[in-house]
Design a protein around this ligand. Structure first.
Ligand code: ADP
Ligand code: MG
Length: 301
């Protein structure tokens, strides 16, 4: 097969590993910087161009779209879909999961366990908004943050009000969430491929920090999931429409709850913690599933 990896850099661990896995399995692989792609939006012959060349003959693409380029990156993925190229994660699924509020709304509709979450925009309703999620302590999150940036723990009502005021002043969209204290600064990353959790790790925040992101100094270790945690992770990925997803769970007093679903989950932490060849499993999934024109978004937008 000819596989394209949409990534801004060849040297990133995840990109390198997927290039390796593709090559080892006998595929032709190319890293394409989606930021430098330009598109020909035409009815009869849509195309993606790159450095003066038209990108042709791809059987599948693996989008690795960073949060800062979601808008343009998903447009490039969509363009490949219009050309009939199979994308391991569809553009709409990526957009869906990137928007934390939209993702939580979709998960709640399907009855997936979630932290109680509030969202508002007008300045008058701060008190009621805080009451809605049970009052302080609360976690306040920017809607499009990643790697723990823009996630704040407000331990008192006063602190929560100040943070909310500040976010409002910046005209940033945010959500307010019940703080799951019993998670103890840990969360569980479930790496889902298709209908299976292929690897899972527990991430523990460093001393004095509640965010377990590895980028925030958290540490990772192997963990055994309960059947309920497994099925919750698989369901969450399926509801988002993602074939490859990193589903983050918190262990709460009332069972596993989904915090977020990542459409470009990193491979470094999980491969090192679990010693599993996740990159190879992704390529295997593509071998089994890639078909021209299979992407559902084709013609739907
Ligand atoms: P990001 O997209 O920036 O990773 P998350 O929503 O995953 O944002 O939050 C970052 C980290 O903060 C999580 O991994 C978790 O450890 C902690 N966290 C987030 N929300 C809560 C919450 N409601 N209760 C307890 N811990 C939380
Ligand atoms: Mg996270």
């Amino acid at each position: 097969m000819k596989i394209g990896i949409l990534s801004t850099s060849k040297t990133l661990y995840s990109t390198r590993r997927m290039v390796e896995a593709s090559t080892n399995r006998g595929h032709e692989v190319r890293v394409i910087n989606h930021k430098r792609c330009y598109m020909n939006i035409a009815t009869h012959r849509p195309g993606v161009h790159y450095n003066g060349e038209e990108l042709e003959g791809f059987d599948a693409i693996i989008p690795r779209i960073g949060a800062s380029v979601t808008f343009y990156g998903t447009a490039v993925v969509r363009q490949f879909e219009m050309m009939g190229v199979y994308s391991v994660n569809e553009s709409v699924a990526i957009t869906r999961s990137r928007d934390k509020l939209r993702a939580l709304q979709l998960l709640s509709r399907k009855g997936v366990g979630l932290p109680v979450t509030g969202f508002a925009s007008s300045p008058g309703d701060t008190d009621d908004l805080l009451a809605l999620v049970g009052g302080a302590p609360v976690v306040i999150k920017l809607l499009e943050g990643t790697q723990g940036v823009g996630v704040v723990l407000a331990e008192t009502q006063k602190a929560a009000e100040s943070v909310i005021e500040a976010f409002r002043g910046l005209k940033a969209n945010f959500l307010v969430q019940e703080f799951i204290k019993e998670a103890g600064g840990a969360d569980i990353r479930c790496f889902v491929i298709g209908e299976r959790v292929v690897a899972a790790m527990k991430r523990q925040a460093r001393e004095g920090e509640f965010r377990s992101n590895l980028h925030r100094g958290g540490s990772a270790e192997l963990i055994k999931l309960t059947p309920e945690e497994r099925s919750t992770a698989v369901r969450a990925a399926r509801i988002m429409g993602l074939n490859v997803a990193g589903v983050d769970l918190l262990r709460s007093n009332h069972g596993p709850i989904v915090m977020e679903v990542n459409s470009s989950p990193g491979l470094e932490g999980i491969e090192i913690a679990t010693k599993k060849d996740v990159a190879e499993l992704i390529i295997e999934f593509i071998e089994k599933n890639a078909k021209r024109g299979k992407t559902q978004t084709r013609g739907q937008g």
